[in-house]
Write a protein that binds this ligand. Structure first.
Ligand SMILES: Nc1nc2c(c(=O)[nH]1)N[C@H]1C(S)=C(S)[C@@H](COP(=O)(O)OP(=O)(O)OC[C@H]3O[C@@H](n4cnc5c(=O)[nH]c(N)nc54)[C@H](O)[C@@H]3O)O[C@H]1N2
Ligand SMILES: Nc1nc2c(c(=O)[nH]1)N[C@H]1C(S)=C(S)[C@@H](COP(=O)(O)OP(=O)(O)OC[C@H]3O[C@@H](n4cnc5c(=O)[nH]c(N)nc54)[C@H](O)[C@@H]3O)O[C@H]1N2
Ligand SMILES: [Mo]
Length: 753
């Protein structure tokens, strides 16, 4: 897709999406598959009874667009998954693991869908085919040979269906461990911790309909133009209904400035919608300072607070008031780096309106003080009574299309007592009670040899986790690593002593079990559960579905078990019947799915019922963030480009930020560039010292509209710089948005002959 074949940085575009987005996506999809196939999948994408897009978790509107209910990046996700090419046994014959390691992530993704089970045994350099039965037996024998079930770790990424996730956690707990880390540990875990504590539910409270009734929408640390493009249509509509939008982000993200809706004719010919009414270009990780400043300004004007809500529904307000009085307003304002006038102006807006929705994503959740960030957002909503009524509430915007559903299905290393008791009642076994390892702890445990077995239900832990060389060593230290995957990725190239790649069906593929087409179910970011049915003939006849893989492993490992694992996957309705018995809110699961296009799960906060210890929503006292360790010049955030889905690299451009043909860039304030004696496109090395020196080299300087002292790089290229130990208090989410960095210029080496 590169416009140039070398790295360049241009002006950023005047608006996002529009006709160009559709053109680019169409080109990508037609490069990946024949036109008939493209038409077939796109026709069904996000339509009722169609395929749930494997892109993001943004919900589908009640009225779907005739121009297609999908976005450029959803189409790219489809192009990636439904790719016609195969990475089959023939492919693996050509490449040793070492030669694959030298390839880029982009190249790895271009090699096609994984086509049959592969194994590499100790001392060998290549993956070779293995029969499914032999692979399952190997896994079962290994799991049975461990001294303790806690020596095994079972990771999950967020594309896994409810059915697969439920069976997986049931198997893992029957086997005897809670070692169920997931991508959520690196993502919205901080939201879950903060929201559970303050409002009694770890999920957001708003529905899509709330956007049409809100007066103010905050978009904090989120880049929807790239990561949740369909959200822009909802924002456009909210604006037409009178909502004002306040964006809080160190970068001027193009799509939040101006958007042309590709799902509407006006988006093709009109001049577009200005999304942000106020754009607060805050310094990285100063969100708590901003919200404290706002709270102070609101609190001097008691009239603007929802006193009745505060009195009857909350606790801790007096303590909050006292604590705020210890912060001088001017110091808070100074910390944000924002003009005072902008803070005063937006505070007025917050004073005079009462229906506020707060949306946020990784810009708040990936800091050491991430839990505090979100608790502070809740404080702001609570003083305005902006939760549990129409047009107001919390909206943590989820990433992976079913990450929220996986958690609901019990993919969690810290199950509640309620969960464990229900499993015990329903299935008659003693589930393990002690907490398992999260992502960071799992990596530590693999590294130290406490864990000997690693299985991944999707994902790419090596590239997603911090401290890449440490994570690599941890994976390689295992006796057996098992990857259930659709595409080749870097985690496959850090094998344990023995390693298996088990290829599975994707979201777009037809799931045929026992001769019958099955549907799977997912839960979106707003707690709506609905079905998804693939339409394509699977790319290879050797693929199994995720539920079938879990069931087979469970059957060989647990032996003579009272659950009929293989029978369950003959008909996914049977799995849903078990879910209906075991999880509150899923009663009559199959019936309700058949009757309606989806149903809402119970959500206390949505209706003003707070399931906290005292049944009140809690105000909390939060500290300002600590500074990055002394001796570092910059604070770095690692972000997504427009051409990637997490560790899957679709292309080398980041169109909305004007970057073409490469990813090793560092966005930097123009004054900082000058001060450091650097120039545009200079090559630099980035390093830091958190107890040991970490360093990456070959990054190009891009002067950019970003606050002084702040820099940005892309994930996963910068992950070697993120210490495994640098993670959020209480949620353990890696702090990949606030890493201390030093920079040094690399001068071109002159080669003498
Ligand atoms: N196309 C596409 N879609 C995706 C994904 C993808 O990779 N590609 N990933 C999916 C997943 S798993 C997730 S979790 C989401 C991620 O969605 P986002 O959270 O939007 O993704 P990031 O690129 O990490 O962007 C973080 C944003 O926060 C801002 N930011 C960084 N630090 C701070 C801070 O301290 N304060 C504030 N206020 N802002 C800050 C950055 O400038 C950036 O705009 O998207 C999902 N959807
Ligand atoms: N520095 C830094 N690091 C980060 C982040 C950041 O912002 N900065 N973001 C974090 C976040 S928010 C997240 S969610 C994690 C993501 O972490 P992961 O979820 O582990 O990573 P992905 O890149 O989404 O996983 C991609 C792989 O999933 C497999 N796959 C795709 N579809 C399917 C399927 O249907 N079934 C199965 N079994 N496999 C499938 C493919 O083989 C593909 O290679 O990364 C985290 N890491
Ligand atoms: Mo995520």
């Amino acid at each position: 897709m590169a416009k140039h074949n070398h790295l360049s940085s241009d002006e950023t575009p005047k608006y996002a999406a529009g006709p160009k987005a559709v053109r680019i996506a169409s080109k990508m999809v037609l490069e990946a598959m024949p036109p008939w196939k493209a038409l077939k999948v796109l026709k069904d994408l996000n339509q009722k009874s169609g395929i749930d897009c494997p892109g993001c978790a943004w919900p589908d509107p009640e009225k779907r667009s005739k121009l297609g209910e999908f976005c450029e990046n959803g189409v790219k996700a489809i192009a990636e998954e439904a790719q016609h090419k195969l990475a089959d046994a023939e492919f693996f014959k050509h490449y040793s693991i070492n030669s694959l390691r030298s390839k880029s992530d982009y190249w790895l993704g271009q090699q096609g869908r994984l086509a049959q089970p592969m194994i590499v045994r100790h001392g060998n350099s290549k993956y070779v085919p293995i029969a499914w039965e032999d692979a399952f037996k190997l896994i079962g024998d290994h799991l049975k040979s461990l001294d303790h079930p806690d020596q095994a770790v079972f990771y999950t990424s967020g594309r896994t269906s409810n059915e697969a996730a439920f069976l997986y956690q049931l198997f893992v707990r029957k086997y005897g461990t809670n070692n169920l880390p997931d991508c959520s540990n690196m993502c919205h875990e901080s939201s879950g911790v903060a929201l559970t504590e303050t409002v009694g539910i770890g999920k957001g409270s708003v529905t899509l309909e709330d956007f049409n009734h809100s007066e103010i929408i905050l978009i904090i640390g989120q880049n929807p133009g790239t990561n949740h493009p369909r959200m822009l249509s909802s924002l456009e509509k909210a604006k037409q209904n009178g909502a004002k939008i306040i964006v809080i982000n160190p970068l001027k993200e193009a799509a939040l400035v101006k958007f042309k809706n590709p799902q509407k004719i006006s988006g093709w010919i009109g001049s577009g919608t200005e999304i942000a009414d106020h754009y607060l270009q805050i310094k990285i990780n100063q969100d708590v300072a901003l919200i404290k400043a706002w709270l102070k300004l609101l609190l001097v004007d008691e009239e603007c607070l929802d006193q009745e809500f505060i009195q009857s529904k909350t606790s801790g307000f007096e303590e909050l008031k006292n604590d705020l009085s210890s912060y001088p307003l001017d110091e808070l304002i100074k910390a944000t780096g924002l003009p005072k006038s902008q803070i005063l102006e937006t505070a007025e807006l917050l004073k005079s309106n009462n229906k506020i929705i707060a949306c946020w994503a990784m810009g708040l959740t990936q800091h050491v003080n991430a839990v505090d960030n979100i608790r502070e957002v809740v404080n702001l909503l609570l003083v305005k009574g902006s939760i549990g009524k129409p047009g107001a509430g919390t909206c943590p915007v989820r990433g992976h299309s079913n990450v929220q559903g996986d958690r609901t299905m019990g993919i969690w290393e810290r199950p509640t007592k309620e969960w464990t008791d229900k499993l015990k009642d329903t299935f008659g076994f003693e589930p393990p009670e002690s907490p398992g390892y999260n992502v960071v702890e799992s990596i530590d445990a693999m590294k130290s040899g406490k864990v000997k077995f690693f299985m991944a239900m999707g994902g790419n832990l090596l590239s997603a986790a911090p401290d890449t060389p440490v994570t690599e060593e941890a994976l390689q230290n295992c006796e057996l690593t098992v990857h259930v995957s659709t595409k080749l990725n870097r985690s496959h190239l850090a094998p344990g002593k023995t390693s298996l790649i088990l290829p599975c069906l994707g979201r777009t593929d037809k799931h045929i079990q026992n001769g019958k087409e099955q549907v799977i179910t997912v839960e979106n970011s707003m707690g709506v559960v609905h079905s998804s049915a693939g339409v394509l003939t699977p790319p290879s006849r050797h693929l199994l579905s995720e539920p079938a893989i879990v069931a087979s492993i469970a059957a060989v490992t647990l032996g003579n078990d009272d659950i009929n694992w293989s029978g369950l996957v003959d008909d996914y309705d049977l799995i849903r019947d078990l879910i209906a018995k075991a999880i509150k809110g899923f009663e009559n699961y199959n019936e309700r799915l058949k009757k309606s296009q989806g149903f809402d799960l119970p959500n206390g906060a949505r209706v003003g019922e707070f399931n906290t210890s005292d049944h009140k929503a809690k105000f909390t006292i939060n500290q300002l963030p600590e500074a990055i360790p002394e001796g570092h010049q910059y604070i770095m955030m690692t972000i997504r480009s427009h051409d990637q889905f997490n560790t899957t690299i679709y292309g080398l451009d980041d169109r909305y930020r004007g970057i073409f043909g490469g990813r090793n860039v560092v966005f930097m304030n123009p004054e900082d560039v000058k001060k450091a004696g650097l120039a545009k496109m200079d090559t630099v090395a980035l390093s830091n010292n958190y107890g040991k020196v970490r360093k990456v080299s070959g990054f190009k300087v891009v002067p950019y509209d970003i606050p002084a002292g702040c820099i940005a790089t892309y994930f996963p290229e910068a992950n070697p710089l993120i210490p495994l130990t640098l993670s959020a208090r209480r949620s353990h989410t890696p702090a990949s948005k606030s890493v201390g960095i030093n920079m040094e210029k690399i001068t071109a080496q002159h080669h003498h002959h």
